[in-house]
Design a protein around this ligand. Structure first.
Ligand SMILES: O=C(O)CCC(=O)C(=O)O
Length: 335
């Protein structure tokens, strides 16, 4: 794994809101990320389908009521009601179809969102081999150098496997979904397969992070360009697509508008996304993917510093946590 970023990469990240770092992982590390992520996803999907079959996990309210509501009221009325709800709930919603109990969007595999990608979150904590890759001070140090934060915690981690012929990922912002607000929040998107223009590589509106608002965002649903209607000026900016080789990563600011195209190929486009929270961030009242008990224990303004939920990856003082797994002391990150 690369253990430093250049001043040019930092400059690109800060001005454009994203930066691609090709061949970030060695071929051996890539194989480890891909295999462990693949196995962890398969294991979780099996658990979901066993639980569904045994009735121990419940479908989302939406999933349970959509079909009978459509039968009674008709498709159009249901769509109108859904768009009104979206307007009311706005950025506080997590993506349509995401099921917090399952930590996945595969509760109803036939829904539109389930076909954007197979999303499975919080795998690093349940799979020690994945944990070893992700609870890594080098990642925290690089994320801090790019964003300018003095330390980084893991916010969450998730597999995003866009299946063959998968739907596009609608334009959206990440940080407004999250349980804290910070202009230094960021996502690292690891390409586990070559990401191409035809299989749904990630794309960005450069500079959008400087104009985006925490109160204006859309869920990732079937309204691909809905976000751009909320920010009409962004339609004048040419989006930048970021095809990259497997093992490369793209870092983006949590306020940079991004999306991904349809996968028109017959193979999956697998990616793993790690979300970073600057150390010192505080709770903003949004539940997002926080565990229920933890969420209930929080008041707005509380520090999000629970080591089990949001482990510290790296801090400027040099006080790393017991989660540190890097075996060698990393070279200083260029700043
Ligand atoms: O993988 C995708 O299609 C989109 C990824 C994304 O939105 C993210 O990592 O924040």
């Amino acid at each position: 794994m690369l253990d430093r970023v250049t001043p040019e990469q930092i400059e690109t990240y800060r001005t454009q809101g994203f930066v691609v770092i090709e061949d970030f992982l060695s071929p051996q590390e890539l194989a480890q990320w891909r295999d462990t992520a693949d196995q962890a996803v398969q294991r979780r999907l099996r658990a979901i389908s066993d639980g569904m079959a045994s009735g121990t996990v419940k479908k989302t309210l939406g999933d349970r009521f959509r079909a009978p509501a459509k039968a009674m009221l008709g498709q159009k009325t249901v769509e109108t009601a859904r768009s009104v709800l979206r307007k009311i709930l706005g950025s506080k919603r997590i993506p349509i179809g995401f099921n917090g109990t399952l930590n996945s969007n595969q509760g109803n595999p036939e829904s539109y969102y389930a076909k954007v990608y197979t999303q499975v979150i919080h795998l690093a904590k349940e799979d020690p081999r994945l944990g070893e890759l992700i609870f890594n001070e080098r990642l925290g140090k690089i994320a801090s150098a790019l964003s300018g934060a003095s330390g980084m915690r893991l916010y969450h981690d998730q597999a995003l496997f866009k299946q063959a012929y998968g739907n596009p990922t609608a334009w959206h912002l990440d940080n407004p979904y999250w349980a804290f607000h910070s202009d230094r929040a960021m996502t690292m998107w690891v390409a586990l397969d070559d990401a191409t223009l035809t299989n749904g590589c990630i794309c960005y509106i450069p500079g959008s992070h400087k104009q985006a608002s925490h109160t204006k965002n859309l869920s990732i649903g079937d309204n691909f360009a809905g976000l751009l209607k909320m920010y009409p000026d962004w339609m004048k900016i040419d989006p930048v697509s970021c095809p990259c080789r497997a093992g490369s990563v793209v870092f983006h600011n949590g306020m940079t508008a991004h999306g991904a195209g349809v996968n028109i190929t017959n193979k999956p486009r697998r990616a793993y996304a790690v979300a970073f929270m600057p150390d010192g961030s505080t709770f903003n009242g949004i539940k997002d993917v926080l565990p229920d008990e933890y969420f209930k224990s929080l008041k707005v303004g509380d520090l999000l510093n629970n080591e089990k939920v949001h482990p510290l990856l790296w801090r400027d003082s040099g006080n790393q946590t017991p989660n540190k797994t890097a075996t060698a002391t990393p070279e200083p990150v260029a700043v």
